[in-house]
Structures are given as C-alpha cells and as structure tokens.
Design a protein around this ligand. Structure first.
Ligand SMILES: [Zn+2]
Ligand SMILES: [Zn+2]
Length: 441
C-alpha cells in the first residue's frame, strides 16, 4: 500500500513537472500567446540571431543583384538554411527559394521576403557599401532577407511546437519584373492559406509599424505610345504632319482623366514620365514616343481604356496615328495590395504584445505599389511597414542613393515574422478545422 502511494505520488509529480516544462517552453500551446512575441524578440536580439542577421544583410548589401540575377543572394540563403537544417525547394522562378519549417502538414502559412536590388549607384560612404558599380540595395530587400532568415532560426528552434508548417518565400525580382507572379506560377502558394510580408521604411519612427485593413497600396500599370506623323522641314510645317504638337496635346489631355473624370475622393494618378523624339532644331520628326504610369485602387481597367482612347483619338485630331502598348517591356499591371481584415487584427495584436500599444500606426493608403499584391490576390495576405527612422531623421527614402538600413530594427522584423506565423497556426488549430487544402497550383 505504502509502495503504491509512493508510486502514485511519483507519477503525479512527473506528470505535473512535464506539464510545467511544456508550458514554459511552449507558451502558445497553453493558449498564452502573449508570451510568444516577447520570447521571440529576446531570441532575435540574442547575439546568435542578431549577429547573423547583420552579417547576412551586409554581405548581400555588398553584392547587390538585380531581378532574376540574385544567384549569389540565393546561394547565401540556401547555405544559411542548410546550416540550421531547414529543407527548401530551389530553384523557383529562376533564383527563388522556398523553405519549410514545422510538421510538414497543413495548415501552411507563408512569410515572404524579396531579394533584388536596384540599378542605382550607392552614395553612402560606409564599410559595407555596394561593391558593384551602378547597383545598390536601396529598398531594404537585403534587410528583408536577413529578417526572414532570423525568423527561420527562431522558428526552427521551436519547430516541434509548430501546429502546421511555415513556408519561407524568398522571391526574386520585386522591382518591376513580377517575381511574385512567376513564383505563384511555379507553385509557391500550393496549399498555403495565408501570407505575410514586411517592408522596412524610413518614413515612420524606429520600432513603429504601419498597416491597415483593406487597400493599402495602389494598383500600378504602365503605358507607352508611338505617335506617328510625317516629318519634314521645320520651316515648312504645312508639308508635314507634326507628331510633336499631337504628343503635346495628348500629354495635356491625359491630365484630365484624373482631374475631370475621377471622383476627387477616389485617388488615382496618371503621369507621363517619358517623351522621346526629334533631334534637330530645324527638323520635324516622323514620330514621338511617350510613356508613363497609372495608379488606382478602383476602376483600373477603365482608366487603362480611357488612356488608350485619349491617346489614339487625340492623335487623330492632329492627323497622326498612335499605337498604344499597355504592357511595355512586358511590364504587366499590378493589382492593389489589399490586407485581409482578420490577418490585420491578428497582426495588431501580435505587434501590441511585442512592441506596445503605441507602436501600431494606422497606415494611410499609398499610391506606390508592391509585387506582394500578386500573392494577396490569390490567398488572404497582410503587408505592413516596419519603421526605422531615428531621432535625427537623417535617413533617406527608399530608391535613393543615400538610402540606409538601421540594422537595430532587424530583430523586430524577425520576431514579428515568427510570431505572426505561430499565431496564425495556433488560431487555425484552435478553430479545429483546416480549410483551403487545394491542388490547383
Ligand atoms: Zn523598391
Ligand atoms: Zn521594396
């Protein structure tokens, strides 16, 4: 009898201590997810994760690669994933890499980073400046890769606790070459139910984030038109059909599409940013080429149609012909970036737990666009900005040759990424159902 009591006591003690251990190691399993972000932030700030993120970011910064040429960046990502034992798919969309952490089973949730640089000559003088003339990471994508690899380290350490699978998407060619579309075509979103993306920005203070539910960034498209007349002597215009006057009239008429045909409360942009033609003072050229961009949250294809109409009809008024290309250089339009409301609510909660109530700012919609929108068009997505402007406000905007990344922000990005994925999987598990397990991609 006494022996039975001792055995029973010992078993109970072991069970209690096991439960305590599980709950202290895996707070989200017990439902106390508020501890998870802080725990992840501590890990992201530890020398093991922080130093590696800084090292990776600087290495990528020194060797910037343009869209679909990110071979060394991709190699570095794969070697880092190898180092921590994360399995991946490669190549996807030429240089893209997709890592998988967790059970290997649904639900699948994706975190995305872009890898490409810009054709800009870096003007920042520092130890790790770009070593490639005319190329620079001036949009923070080097930081995005580092943050996602930081998140991978955190998640891999807790892989046995994940209630599903985290998909790490390292995409090529965000800057105008539609890398996201190519990744989707090659199955990047297969079985994935939701996706999260973070973009660094110098427009908001360090450690603050900005996001919103619904449309956040505009849809973007491009146009190019060749206006053809009949060239000749500039002093004998009556024997020519002048495409310069026609093009001038077209440029002005295009401005009326927003000012006269658009609801003033619905933001749209039509900009002619390129006018090419003529190279002599006394010669009327045969043709003029114009080109530009349109941005809109709604009525995108109608605006495209009106641009086409105005160009061709105005050309006719001036006895010219016009051909209009709405996908110049293969630049296909991007849809607006629209944040899913439920993911936005989840994001706000995670960031409040991580950085405090005042860290979350409501973002104003921007007329800029993002390739992330292609992912968020297929499955629910959430895109947000992470601020890194310090009190000097001395940081240049993105796409500037003076652009810099404040590396102290990297742990925030890694912790937000990891926490969002874990929180998503946890909520999915608590609902007890797995939807969207599909095979069409
Ligand atoms: Zn950019
Ligand atoms: Zn960018």
């Amino acid at each position: 009898m006494a022996l039975n009591k001792i055995l029973l006591f010992s078993l109970t003690f072991q069970l209690v201590s096991l439960l305590l251990r599980v709950s202290s190691e895996s707070p989200w399993i017990t439902g106390d997810v508020t501890q998870t972000p802080m725990k992840y932030l501590e890990l992201a700030r530890s020398p093991e994760v922080f130093d590696s993120m800084v090292r990776i970011r600087r290495k990528i910064h020194e060797n910037p690669e343009l869209g679909y040429e990110e071979f060394e960046t991709s190699k570095l990502i794969r070697s880092e994933l190898d180092l921590i034992g994360v399995k991946y798919r490669y190549p996807v969309a030429i240089t893209g890499v997709i890592g998988y952490i967790g059970s290997g089973e649904p639900p699948f949730v994706a975190l995305r980073a872009d890898m490409d640089a810009l054709p800009i000559q870096e003007a920042v003088e520092w130890e790790h400046r770009s070593k490639i003339p005319g190329k620079m990471h001036a949009c923070g994508h080097d930081g995005h890769v580092a943050m996602l690899l930081g998140a991978a380290k955190i998640l891999q350490k807790h892989r046995h606790d994940l209630q599903g699978t985290v998909v790490l998407i390292f995409q090529p060619a965000e800057e105008g070459l539609r890398g996201a579309k190519k990744m989707i075509e090659e199955g990047a979103l297969k079985n994935v139910e939701a996706i999260f993306g973070i973009h660094l920005t110098n427009r908001i203070p360090f450690g603050k984030v900005a996001s919103r539910a619904g449309p956040m960034l505009a849809g973007a498209g491009f146009f190019e038109a060749v206006i053809t007349g009949k060239g000749g002597h500039a002093a004998i215009p009556q024997h020519t059909i002048d495409p310069v006057v026609a093009a001038s009239s077209i440029v002005l008429s295009l401005q009326h599409l927003v000012s006269r045909e658009t609801d003033p409360l619905d933001s749209k942009v039509v900009t002619v940013s390129k006018v090419l033609g003529g190279n002599a003072f006394n010669v009327i050229p045969d043709s003029i080429t114009i080109g530009g961009t349109l941005r809109a949250f709604t009525g995108f294809s109608q605006l495209q149609q009106r641009i086409k109409e105005v160009i061709t009809k105005q050309a006719t008024v001036h006895r010219c012909n016009a051909s209009v290309n709405l996908t110049p250089d293969g630049k296909e339009p991007l849809p607006p970036t629209v944040n899913d409301i439920d993911l936005y609510k989840q994001y706000k909660k995670v960031v409040r737990d991580l950085l405090g109530q005042e860290a979350v700012e409501e973002a104003q919609p921007l007329m800029g666009s993002e390739d992330f929108s292609k992912f968020a068009e297929v499955i629910p997505g959430h895109f947000s900005f992470l601020g890194m402007q310090d009190e000097t406000k001395g940081y240049a905007s993105s796409h500037s040759p003076l652009y810099r990344v404040n590396e102290d922000v990297l742990p925030y990005g890694a912790a937000i990424h990891a926490s969002m994925a874990v929180q998503y999987l946890k909520e999915k598990a608590s609902k007890g159902s797995i939807s969207g397990f599909h095979d069409e991609l």
